[in-house]
Ligand binder design. Sequence first.
Ligand code: NAP
Ligand code: GDP
Length: 343
Amino acid sequence: MNKTALISGVTGQDGGYLAKLLLEKGYRVVGLYRRGATDTFSKLREHGILDKIELTDFDLLEFSNICRLMQKYQPDEFYNLAAQSFVAASWEEPIYTAEADGIGVLNILEAIRVFAPHTKFYQASTSEMFGKVQTIPQNEKTPFYPRSPYGVAKLMAHWMCINYSESFNIFACCGLLFNHESPMRGKEFVTRKITSHFAEMYTGKTDKPLELGNMNAKRDWGFAGDYVEMMWKMLQQDKPDVYTISSGHNHSIREFVERCAEFCEWNIEWQGSDENEIGIDTKSGKVIVKVNPKFYRPAEVEQLLGDSSKAETVLGWKPKVDFKGLCKLMMEADIARAEKGVL
Ligand code: NAP
Ligand code: GDP
């Protein structure tokens, strides 16, 4: 019989890639989404899978709803990808973020404990929990030091999973995933902000420079399509565990800008410093990028670099898309969208 998987956050970046993967594997996929006044299914439509998954209402904060879902579906696997996932917003909405990303996960664990203790649970933990990094690189043994309400809330959820696994024998796995991007990434995140804006400039839809905050921060970026496969693999193991998933390389925001600019045939020269810094295309003299301190964060995660040797050994982790490939993939997708007027 086909396995049943519940995916919360199915309308988000990872939700779409994971749903596609599980459908290909023959799963019955139930997509949990929260009702909104506007259409949130565009990514699932673009993946061509909207009519292939069963959709049902869900909110991380509605315990009664989660209990009923667990009772009704008795899922083999539950992937919790739902979250207030934008770090910058977590300082504006710290209480909501703590409730959704912390207590919300506890709601699911409790519902599993009472109604479907056989369910294997995946929790989307994050490299943001390393924050002010205590070692370089970071892996499963690195002490945490979160730097945002988002990181703190995710850390609570992380330890709750470990605790429920140890206390009640619940199969709860945590993926310590480093930043992963794709053409489906929200436009508020820096990579997609860069590729979508550059695509508009490149296709003549705007000549406004791109405004960014701290360009010196470094991230270990990978491709979301590669990363969701590891979520599935974690739940196919005999025992629940924590795994770091990363590319093992990091780059600054500035390098991401330069690489995407090359794709648009611009050669960026940097002038000025701090909040007065600008990036100019040496051929046209046009200002392509400028710093706007509005995008600085109250506390910054300066650098992240992952060590995935455990996942390499146990799960056979081998990402297919590298940094350059990721920039190309995202730029190509956004230029195609800009040309069609659907960016
Ligand atoms: P995303 O694109 O922002 O998607 C988040 C999803 O959560 C959306 O479907 C959103 O629904 C849903 N959601 C938000 N609040 C909810 C609530 N209260 N109840 C129910 N659903 C809610 O995030 P992503 O990039 O796919 O990331 C997936 C998960 O991995 C998140 O938990 C994120 O924190 C974590 N993570 C991501 C990365 C990364 O680099 N992408 C790295 C480490 C960990 P709407 O469509 O209605 O907004
Ligand atoms: P995060 O690692 O989950 O916070 O992912 P983001 O893509 O939101 O941010 C990655 C890094 O880019 C952080 O260090 C931000 O401070 C930096 N950054 C610089 N300018 C911007 C910007 O305009 N928007 C965003 N989202 N991040 C920016």
